[in-house]
Design a protein around this ligand. Structure first.
Ligand code: F6R
Length: 242
């Protein structure tokens, strides 16, 4: 793992965006793994700026998102498809058919998960997977548990995760109870992983992710087993090598 610490988030966003752009510049048909939530908004803004300045094209790039809520209409402003359109896809030259977000409204969610995995494995592996982290150590929506799933699957969101995401909705009742997420196997299959962690309130979980035991109770700790993880943060945390 490589840990880079930043004093301000705008600098962090710029570096994170540049890392993702460097993947697309080196390989125009790169496969990027995308995240939603508060964390990537600024770095998506930086990507859009670079695109508008003519510094990069996404004409051949493909994307796979980590997750999507189950049962939230895709047209809802907080569906992860809407989030991606609003924050990134509508502002760059990516072909709509090359952007993949799980369908949380599929009549057969199991079949949708299999379809998503098959497509990801056909087009992949993902060249760079962007991740945020939940306060409980979840990545994607792989929530802490006694065991974790390898493939895309439906999850019941933990109450603390729903509570954290309440800020995007009018009330807790509106936050979906379930989601579809890429599994840990798919995340760890990515060639490189970019973990972005913002806000000192995430310092403790980041410390346990980087320096603690590898445990399914902190899904992000499994990143310690991956050979190419870059962590960008504004938290005051150190990576201990022994
Ligand atoms: C989002 C995702 C989640 C978030 C995490 C942090 O696609 O997979 O793991 O990255 O919940 O969310 P924020 O960035 O809102 O703190």
């Amino acid at each position: 793992m490589i840990l880079h610490k930043f004093k301000n988030q705008s600098e962090l966003d710029r570096v994170a965006a540049d890392l993702m752009l460097s993947v697309v510049r080196a390989k125009p048909n790169a496969v990027l793994g995308m995240a939603t939530g508060g964390t990537p908004v600024g770095l998506y803004e930086e990507i859009v700026k670079s695109y508008q300045q003519g510094l990069v094209s996404f004409k051949e790039a493909r994307t796979f998102n980590l997750d999507e809520y189950v049962g939230l209409p895709v047209s809802h402003a907080e569906s992860y498809r809407s989030f991606m359109q609003r924050n990134l896809f509508d502002h760059i030259d990516i072909e709509p058919e090359n952007t993949h977000v799980p369908n949380g409204n599929a009549p057969d969610i199991e079949a949708e998960c299999r379809r998503y995995d098959e497509m990801m494995y056909q087009l992949g592996p993902i060249d760079m997977q962007l991740l945020g982290i939940g306060h409980n150590g979840h990545i994607g929506f792989n929530e802490p548990d006694t065991s974790l799933s390898r493939f895309t699957h439906k999850v019941t969101l933990k109450e603390d995760t729903r509570e954290a995401n309440k800020r995007f909705f009018n009330s807790l009742d509106e936050v979906p109870t379930h989601a579809v997420t890429m599994g840990m196997g798919s995340i760890l299959h990515a060639k490189a992983i970019l973990l972005v962690v913002k806000g000192q309130e995430k310092a403790e979980i980041l410390d346990r992710t980087l320096n603690g035991a590898i445990t399914t109770e902190i899904p992000a700790s499994l990143l310690q087993t991956h050979p190419r993880v870059i962590v960008l943060t504004d938290c005051d945390v150190n990576y201990k090598l022994s």
